[in-house]
Design a protein around this ligand. Structure first.
Ligand code: PRP
Length: 207
């Protein structure tokens, strides 16, 4: 699996704000939005473009546009905080949604929403979820997408644990991953260490 770690001072500063336990939800959401812009920018570096003719106020020239905008799939809840930034960079993209909640005892994901096109053959997909902890949620989500015929998936996340990366790798799914950090490990509650806590709760509060 191709893994890109975005190493940039502006990304590191947003990630620091997200990690800090003293950061309030509004500031946390703003940092996630800004960091997502940087991560999606990196994730789309090789996106195919097509050329077309335009006129500047001075002369004709050629421009480029994204040839086939990828489908964006935020994983609810926490991925919702990444959706608007990603769509801002890719305004022609469509958006699907997957809702997953991790069982607090087994740590396995429970799906409560699958809103995806039935056929994703030949389409590229960007999956948005801040956290890869055990990797169970993203493996489940990416399998749903692969089952619809997609062979070109990019996961954009903020933090990944080595255990989660290993699980995604072992799944054999055709994916790339872009992250702001690979952290040390999981603790006994399957939380990423040092991590940032629960990205859903920190954005939207515990329910
Ligand atoms: C968190 C996170 C990921 C998942 C990561 O979501 O946003 O989706 O856990 O854990 P995993 O890699 O071990 O599967 P959670 O289930 O807490 O739901 P939420 O987004 O609604 O808070």
């Amino acid at each position: 699996m191709d893994v890109t770690v975005v190493d940039h001072p502006l990304a590191a500063a947003r990630l620091t704000a997200m990690r800090d336990v003293l950061t309030e939800p509004g500031t946390f959401r703003a940092a996630l939005r800004e960091l997502t812009t940087m991560l999606v920018y990196e994730a789309t570096r090789e996106l195919p473009v097509e050329r077309f003719d335009i006129n500047t106020p001075v002369s004709p020239t050629q421009g480029v546009r994204v040839a086939a905008p990828p489908l964006l799939v935020p994983v609810l809840r926490a991925g919702l905080g990444m959706a608007d930034s990603a769509l801002g960079l890719l305004p022609e993209s469509s958006m699907g949604f997957v809702g997953l909640a991790r069982d607090e005892k087994t740590f396995e994901p429970r799906a409560y929403l699958e809103s995806l096109p039935t056929d994703l053959t030949g389409r590229s997909v960007i999956v948005l979820d801040p956290m890869v902890a055990t990797g169970g949620s993203l493996t489940h989500c990416c399998q749903l997408i692969a089952d619809r015929g997609c062979t070109d998936m990019t996961v954009v996340c903020v933090l990944a644990a080595p255990e989660g990366l290993a699980r995604l790798e072992a799944s054999g799914l055709p994916l790339r991953l872009v992250t702001a950090s690979i952290d040390e490990r999981l603790n006994d509650r399957a939380f990423i260490v040092p991590g940032l806590g629960d990205a859903g709760d920190r954005q939207f509060g515990g329910m």
